[in-house]
Each structure stands twice: as structure tokens, then as C-alpha cells.
Design a protein around this ligand. Sequence first.
Ligand code: NAD
Length: 315
Amino acid sequence: MRVLVTGGAGFIGSHLCARLLERGDDVICLDNFITGRRQNVRELEQSPAFQLIEADVSEPFDVQADAVFHLASPASPLGYLKYPLKTALANSFGSFNALCLAEKYQAKFLPASTSEVYGDPLEHPQREEYWGNVNPIGMRACYDESKRFAETLTSIFEKKNGVDARIVRIFNCYGPHSDPDDGRIVPSFISQALRGEPITIYGAGSQTRSLCYVSDLVDGLLKAMFTDGTRGRVYNLGSPEEHTVLEYAQIIKRLTRSNSPIVHVDPISEDDPRRRQPDISRARNELGWQPVVGLEEGLSRTIEWFRSELVDRIA
Ligand code: NAD
């Protein structure tokens, strides 16, 4: 199968490309490197089944494919607050372009939506039926609202244009290849702990997050795309295991054996969600999917990658 992964040089995309190659697919990775790194796919470039195209998904493009994973978008708050317009365009024009391509080649389609479509949720845990609580003009709107619009476009193309599409809403994911400086809690806490710098928590740290290891998430993406009967469905993919941000900082400090102090600072952005936890019953029942990598195991693997990465960056 020929599979296009937009945003394939990013954190999740690079793991997805690797797994698709392992499956025996031909993989085309389309990326403009705005937040991703060529280094993430350097090894994959050795494979004759892997092709890298440097392009902006917001501009029309034409790649023949049997399946399209549309992941191209800045994803961390630091990334989308730095590039709000490019983020909005990647998820609006970019989704439109990717959907037109899926329609043209009758390809299966899956956009990487996000738990952020639920905003600061008034229901807990979040089920796929929940419509969300989003500020349309807040600082995060370039991301949240453009992802919601990408879902709308996907739904129109599925219902009216015959595209075999499904939507996944990814909750916080972590693992190797995430950017140490992108401001998300796991990369930030690990790199601060390994550098011996203070581990900085926004506010009291009582806000919760549920973290899914990247190999589990990639399993979920593949199952959502290729399981029969998923057309037109929406799936939450994430870990239901919920901890406070302060607890994550403490676990990471212990696993890295760091002496860094944990310090509390003012939040950088408004609308920081207080609670995040997916209800994954639908993915369990319809895809037979649930995370299998335990938190400490996943964090340990991530810490090992960060150790070598930080040495490389300093060297
Ligand atoms: P990432 O920033 O590491 O990867 C995104 C990739 O998309 C990067 O390689 C970037 O260069 C590329 N990109 C961005 N705009 C582009 C454009 N206009 N044209 C071509 N390429 C472009 O982020 P990630 O964490 O790997 O996230 C991947 C996808 O999953 C994103 O769509 C994100 O919104 C979604 N998601 C991620 C998480 C998470 O926890 N990581 C949670 C929810 C949703």
C-alpha cells in the first residue's frame, strides 16, 4: 500500500512512518519542518520504500496514495503560539488539500485531531459525544478551532464526497523524538531534570493530564485507519490513567535521579485545561485497542532517548 503521512517528520509522524515501513508499506512523508526535524526520519531515508517530500500542506499538492494520515500541524502550545496563522492554515487549507487528494485517489483518510477540541471540558472523562467548551478567540483558538474545523471538513468529505474517512482525537502523547524545548510537560520536565535545572510547573500543578506512550498511540492510529467499519467514526486515543502535573514532575525527578528543585511559575497561556482524561471505551470495543506500555516504562524509555539526544545537542 502507498501511504502518505503529512507531518511525517514530526514526533508522532516519524514513529508512524517507521511502523508503516515495518508493515511493508511504501511511505511518502510530506513535511515543511516547521516544528519537525529531518533527524527524526534520517534512518528511514535509508529505505527505498521511504520518500521524503519537503512541502507545505497548506499549498495544493499531488501525491498518489491509498491511505493518507494527515498529521501536519504544529502541536505544542509553544509551537502554535509562535505560528498561529500557519497552524490555522495547516488545519484548514491543509486538511482541505489532503482531503481533495484522498477523494481524487479514493484513499482512506485519517486526520490527527486532538483532545483540545473539548477545550476546558465541563464533562469528565471526555467521551466522543461531548461537543466541548472552547474559546473561539482565545490564544489557543488557532489550534483548537482549526482542529474542530478540520473535523467538520472531514465529516463533509466523508458524507458528501464519498471519502473513506475516520477521525482520531489524540490526547497527550509522549516518547522519543519529541522536542526537548517544545514546552510540553514530559519533554520539558525530563530535559530540565537531566540538565539539573529547576523543574517548572505552571501554577500549583493540580491540573491533570493523561499520557499515552507513542508506540501505543501509533497502534491506535493504524487500527483506526485499517479496521473494517471505522468509516465515519470518531475515536479518542489516549491513556485513561490520570495524574496531576505535579505527580508527573515528581515521578520524572525520581526516574532521572535528579536533584532539580520543583518550582511553580505563572502559566504562559490562558485557557489551560484543568482536567484531561479520555474515555476510550469506543476504541476498546470497536478497535480492540488500549494502551499497554506502563507509565514508568514509557517514561524510562523516553528518558534514555533524551539522555543521548541532549548529549548530542550539547556536543
Ligand atoms: P510535531 O510538531 O512534532 O509534528 C508535526 C509535524 O507537522 C512537524 O514535522 C511539522 O514540521 C509538520 N508541519 C506543520 N505544519 C506543516 C505544514 N503546513 N506543511 C507540512 N508540514 C507541516 O507534533 P506531533 O506531536 O507529532 O503531532 C502530530 C499531530 O498529532 C498534529 O496534528 C497534532 O495536532 C496531533 N496531536 C498531537 C498530540 C501530542 O500529544 N503530541 C496530541 C493531540 C494531537
